[in-house]
Design a protein around this ligand. Structure first.
Ligand code: NOJ
Length: 500
């Protein structure tokens, strides 16, 4: 009896302690948005057309509510007032993206739009004047349409044009921006854009275009990183990274076959971009090269559908990131694909993995997003082990609903995921230095239009002034930032308590 009591006390002491973990003193918190999702001003003062302008204007039937980002949150006109909202939230940094077409209307660096430079200058200056660090993404999915006319990312020339664009950004803003992300979620925009037609430019190039896209983007990233290193780093003293997205891939069972399927899925979904940059050998993951070469041969292709890097490119890309930007939302369970499943060539028949979500995992407003906090910790540990514990900045994490102000389910998501993050830091020794909530405010959720809301601020898209109203989760996140702790009992006065 005494022994049982002793064990119970010990267990309680451990779990109580676990809840008491705090974020390290220098841990940085932020919120994120992306240009096309919030800015609006789609053709204001010299901005050029991009692939999302084109898609939403010509194929609105593909967008759930037929909407577009022409006005979105009207951040183009409200960026300065929004800084006060960021300040009151207490963030260390604000992650936003540059609109390539606002800076370079035709996509090429021979013609710079002065209003684009003005707009971002004013926002950056206002952020800094209010003690908020600008954390800038160069490319969050909005390729200038003239470059799409050349074939878009599958055209390898775009890598050089991206480096030219990066040069314009470093030159104009690098005196004040010290944290750069070249690309956001390459796997998603290459997959959606050139594999499954579920993102602009909605091209269906399954098993082929998707790898050409990824290849150009990796080369573009390497060029932009090396450009900063050789021309700007000494004088500007900033850092350049990339944001790669990944769910956690859990084996569907303990069987070696499922374990292998889940590992192949993560290597070919996440390692596709992480291995060339963060592994000691560089290049694509060996399993990815081997599987795509084999499948391509079986399908009658004369060479692998996965392009090859030259040894110079491998060297340029390897180590080309000063931190590991990670976007994470959810988890899948993977097994091997049954015979005859899918239509090759495709990314998934190449990987040979069939991944799905448990029916009893808590849903969100997005079909792909289920609440699985433990997957976050497993992914962080996998990164630590696979890539020698790099410095990770979580550049996105968040939950969608229909826009409720008393958003208890979002609070549950943030609290649970942040608890797992704390365990990864304190119990697993993962080197995570920052966290970014997606999103600062409700915005244009790509093909889902305004039907899925991720914001800490509610935005009324029916009101021409686009008023922003803080949701309950805004206050909870603010409290986490102020106390550096997750506190399930915290409840802002203005709302009825949530039941967890
Ligand atoms: C990741 C993307 O970077 C962002 O643009 C999107 O809105 C969120 N995921 C939610 O789907």
């Amino acid at each position: 009896m005494r022994l049982i009591l002793y064990i119970t006390t010990l267990l309680c002491a451990c779990s109580c302690y676990a809840q008491e973990y705090a974020f390290p003193p220098n841990f940085q918190f932020g919120v994120a948005t992306a240009a096309y999702q919030v800015e609006g001003g789609w053709n204001s003062s010299g901005k050029g057309e991009n692939i999302w302008d084109r898609l939403t204007h010509t194929r609105s039937e593909l967008i759930t509510d037929g909407s577009n980002g022409d006005i979105a949150c009207d951040t183009y006109n409200k960026a300065i007032e929004d800084v006060q909202l960021l300040k009151s939230l207490g963030v260390d940094f604000y992650r936003f993206s540059f609109s390539w077409s606002r800076i370079l209307p035709t996509g090429t660096a021979n013609k710079i739009n002065p209003d684009g430079i003005r707009y971002y200058n004013e926002m950056i200056d206002e952020l800094l004047a209010n003690g908020i660090k600008p954390f800038a993404t160069m490319y969050h999915w909005d390729l200038p349409q003239p470059l799409q006319e050349l074939g878009g990312w599958p055209n390898s020339v775009i890598a050089d044009l991206f480096a030219d664009y990066a040069n314009v950004l470093y030159e104009n803003f690098g005196d004040r921006i010290k944290d750069w992300i070249t690309f956001n979620e390459v796997g998603v925009f290459c997959g959606g854009g050139y594999e499954s037609a579920s993102m602009a430019p909605a091209y269906n190039g399954a098993g082929f275009g998707v790898y050409l896209c990824g290849h150009t983007v990796l080369r573009a990233h390497g060029k932009a990183y090396r450009l900063y290193e050789s021309k700007y780093k000494a004088s500007q003293g900033g850092r350049v990274g990339i944001t790669i997205d990944s769910g956690w891939y859990e084996p569907a069972s303990e069987s070696p076959v499922d374990i292998e399927a889940a590992e192949t899925a993560i290597q070919m979904g996440f390692g596709w971009f992480a291995h060339p940059i963060f592994s000691t050998d560089g290049d694509y993951p060996p399993v990815m090269k081997q599987r795509i070469a084999q499948k391509s041969a079986e399908e009658g292709f004369s060479r692998s559908r996965l392009p090859e890097f030259t040894s110079e490119e491998i060297a340029e890309i390897r180590g080309s990131s000063d931190f590991f930007g990670l976007n994470h939302y959810t988890t899948n369970r993977c097994t091997i694909i049954p015979d005859g499943w899918g239509t090759p060539p495709s990314q998934w028949t190449d990987a040979g993995a069939l991944c799905s979500q448990d029916a009893d995992w808590e849903p969100s407003a997005s079909s792909w997003l289920k609440v699985v906090p433990w997957g976050f910790r497993k992914l962080l540990v996998w990164i630590k082990n696979e890539y020698n514990n790099p410095e990770v900045v979580v550049t996105e994490n968040g939950f969608s609903d229909r826009g409720e102000l008393r958003d208890c389910r979002r609070i549950n998501y943030y609290n649970s995921y942040l608890e797992q993050l704390l365990k990864a830091i304190h119990e697993d020794g993962c080197n995570v230095s920052g966290y970014t909530a997606w999103s600062f405010m409700d915005n244009f959720e790509w093909m889902r239009g305004f039907t899925e809301r991720f914001g800490l601020y509610y935005v009324d898209f029916n009101d021409p002034n686009r008023p922003r109203t803080p949701k309950m989760s805004y206050y909870v996140y603010k409290n986490i930032l102020a106390t550096k702790r997750v506190d399930w009992k915290y409840s802002p006065d203005s709302f009825d308590e949530c039941e967890f």
